[in-house]
Ligand binder design. Sequence first.
Ligand SMILES: [Cu+2]
Length: 112
Amino acid sequence: MTSTRRTFLRTAAAGLAALPALATTARAQTTHTVRIRNMAFDPADLTINAGDTVTWINEDRMRHSAWEDTGNAFDTGLLSPGDSASLTFGGPGRFSYRCRPHASMRGTITVV
Ligand SMILES: [Cu+2]
């Protein structure tokens, strides 16, 4: 099983500054899990707080990814069955993403 962890510091369209990687905040940061199974993201639509982390876990029998629609914000790369990838979202924004090999697999992350 492989697990990758990346810190996602790109600022949102609102232009708000991303949190520095080592910044501390008063609020506890949460890790949210998106399971990839049966050719879908579960949950497909997720709202999180800035500074939270999203972990995608591939529980399916084929490779999948979570690729932000513009290709600029984030890309987990292909995850083999059993693999996971984590991204920390530094600032507010709304991100639509899809599985790169399977464009019908779609999801959104809304960071508030
Ligand atoms: Cu897929």
